[in-house]
Design a protein around this ligand. Structure first.
Ligand code: 4AD
Ligand code: MG
Length: 434
C-alpha cells in the first residue's frame, strides 16, 4: 500500500503512523551517526531524525551533503515530541531528493543587508519570518472579507484604469490609453463605489491602488492594497462606527486564527488583545492644540506628519480616530461640517504604537453645486467628472465611506519596522525587481 502524503500541519493527528512529506530542506545538523533535518512544506515546519543504523550508509551520507533548499520527499514514522512546536517529529525511513541546487543557497542565517534580501525577495519569501508575515496578511484579508459579507455588503470590483483622478493630482501614474488619451492608475476605487452604493446600498472592494509618491518613508508603497467601503445614507457617525467594528473584527480574528504566526514573530500580543470598539476620539483642532502644548511646532491648517501621528497615538492604548480636518488639506469630495465649514466630516484612524494612519474616511458631498465648487477649488476639471456629478442628479443621498491600507494593518499587527515586508513583492521608489 502506498504511503499517505500528509501536510506537516496535520501530522499531530498521525502519531505512530507512517507518512510521506513533500517539501524542502531548509536547515540540517549532523552529529556522528545521527542527523536532524529541518523540513518545511508550506503548511508548517518539522524536524526529521535520520539515523545511519536505520537508513543505511548511502542515504545517510546523501542526506548529510544535501544543499539547503533542495526539494525532498521524506517518508517515516510520526513520533510525539514535547519540545517540537507542533508536538511531533518524524523518524526518517526513506529520503529522496527531487531537485538539488547547483550552487549554495544565497540566503543563510547570517545577517544580510536589506537591499540584498530585497534583491532576493523571490527566495526570501521562504524564510520563516517572511512566511509568518504573509500568513498573517492572508488572515487579515480573509477577516476583512468575512466582516463585510457577514454584514450584508456586496463586493464591487473597481477598475484600475481610471479617466478621472480619484484622490489628488499630486501623485498619479499617467498613461496613454489608445485613442482615448490620458488615463490614470487608480489611487482609489472610491468614486466607483459611490456609484455602486446607489444600487446596492452597502458595498466594498479590495484591490491594488497606486500612488506615485516620491517620498521614501517606512509607511509608503507605490503599489498597495486597499479595502474600501461605501454606504448609502451613512453619515459621519455611522461611518466611524463601521470602521471601529471592522478594525476590532480584523484584529480579534487574527488573534484567533493566526496567533502562532504572531508569536513566532515575537509580537507583543497583549497590545492587540485590548483592541475593542469604541475607540478614543479627538478632533484635528484639539490634536493641534495638544501637540502645541507639548512643544511641537505646528499650526492649525498644517498636515499632521508621521512624527505627530506617532505622538497623538501615544496618548491612547487603542487606535485613535482623529476627525474634522481643515477642508483645504483634504480631498475634494469631503462634506463640509455644517457647524464649521472650514473643516470637513472626515476622520483618519491612527494605529497605536506609532504605526500611523490605517484608515482615511469621510462623508461625501452629495449636493452637485457644492461638489463642482470643491472640484474647481482643487484645480480639477468638473468636465472630467461628468458621470460622478450625475450621481448627484439622480436620487442623491448622504453617503459615507473609507479606505483601509492593508499593508499598514499588516505592519501594525506583525510589529514590522518597515511596510516593505508587508506585501509579497513590494514596489517602492527604487524597486520593481523581482
Ligand atoms: O487616506 P487615503 O488616501 O484615502 C483614500 O484613498 C480614500 N479615497 C479612501 C476612501 O474613502 N474610500 O488612503 C486610504 C488608506 C490610508 O489610510 C493608508 O492606510 C493607506 O490607504 N495608504 C497607503 N498605504 C501604503 N502606501 C501608500 N502610499 C498609501 N497611501 C495610503
Ligand atoms: Mg489619508
Amino acid at each position: 500500500m502506498a504511503i499517505e502524503w500528509v501536510e506537516i500541519a496535520k501530522l499531530s493527528s498521525k502519531i505512530g503512523e507512517k507518512v510521506q512529506i513533500k517539501g524542502w530542506l531548509w536547515n540540517k545538523r549532523f552529529s556522528g551517526k545521527i542527523g536532524f533535518l529541518q523540513l518545511r512544506d508550506g503548511s508548517g515546519f518539522i524536524q526529521g531524525i535520520i539515523e545511519k543504523a536505520l537508513i543505511g550508509e548511502e542515504i545517510f551520507e546523501n542526506a548529510k551533503k544535501t544543499k539547503y533548499e533542495s526539494s525532498v520527499i521524506v517518508e517515516g514514522t510520526v513520533r510525539k515530541d514535547e519540545r517540537s512546536p507542533i508536538g511531533v517529529e518524524i523518524s526518517v525511513e526513506n529520503y529522496e531528493i527531487i531537485s538539488e541546487p547547483e550552487t549554495d543557497y544565497p540566503i543563510s542565517n547570517k545577517d544580510h543587508g536589506i537591499d540584498f534580501l530585497m534583491e532576493q525577495r523571490h527566495l526570501w519569501l521562504r524564510s520563516r519570518r517572511q512566511y509568518n508575515i504573509l500568513a498573517v496578511r492572508s488572515e487579515i484579508i480573509k477577516a476583512v472579507r468575512e466582516f463585510y459579507y457577514s454584514k450584508g455588503f456586496t463586493l464591487i470590483d473597481t477598475p484600475i484604469f481610471t479617466g478621472s483622478i480619484g484622490e489628488s493630482a499630486g501623485n498619479t501614474f499617467e498613461m496613454e490609453y489608445f485613442d482615448y488619451g490620458k488615463v490614470y492608475l487608480a489611487q482609489t476605487g472610491q468614486l466607483y463605489l459611490e456609484a455602486a452604493a446607489m444600487s446596492f446600498g452597502k458595498v466594498f472592494n479590495l484591490g491594488p491602488t497606486f500612488r506615485a509618491e516620491k517620498s521614501k518613508t517606512r509607511r509608503h508603497l507605490i503599489e498597495f492594497w486597499m479595502n474600501e467601503a461605501e454606504v448609502a445614507f451613512y453619515q459621519h457617525e455611522d461611518n466611524i462606527k463601521l470602521q471601529e467594528e471592522l478594525v476590532e473584527y480584523v484584529v480579534q480574528s487574527v488573534l484567533k486564527n493566526a496567533k502562532d504566526h504572531l508569536i513566532s514573530l515575537e509580537r507583543d500580543i497583549s497590545k492587540l488583545e485590548n483592541i475593542k470598539a469604541p475607540f478614543p476620539r479627538i478632533t484635528y483642532t484639539d490634536a493641534i492644540k495638544k501637540l502645541q502644548e507639548k512643544g511641537y511646532e505646528i499650526t492649525w491648517g498644517e498636515d499632521i506628519g508621521a512624527e505627530h501621528e506617532t505622538e497623538i497615538a501615544s496618548w491612547f492604548d487603542r487606535p485613535v480616530v482623529v476627525e474634522k480636518y481643515p477642508k483645504d488639506m483634504k480631498a475634494f469630495y469631503m462634506q463640509p461640517d455644517p457647524e464649521n465649514p472650514d473643516v470637513v466630516l472626515c476622520d483618519d484612524m491612527l494605529a497605536p504604537e506609532g504605526y500611523g494612519e490605517i484608515i482615511g474616511a469621510s462623508e461625501r458631498i452629495w449636493d452637485k453645486e457644492t461638489l463642482i465648487k470643491r472640484l474647481t477649488e482643487s484645480n480639477l476639471d468638473p468636465e472630467e467628472y461628468k458621470w460622478y456629478l450625475e450621481l448627484r442628479e439622480f436620487g442623491s443621498v448622504p453617503h459615507s465611506g473609507f479606505g483601509m491600507g492593508i499593508e499598514r494593518v499588516v505592519a501594525w499587527l506583525c510589529g514590522l519596522k518597515h511596510i516593505r515586508e508587508a506585501i509579497p513583492f513590494p514596489r517602492t521608489l527604487y524597486r520593481v525587481y523581482p
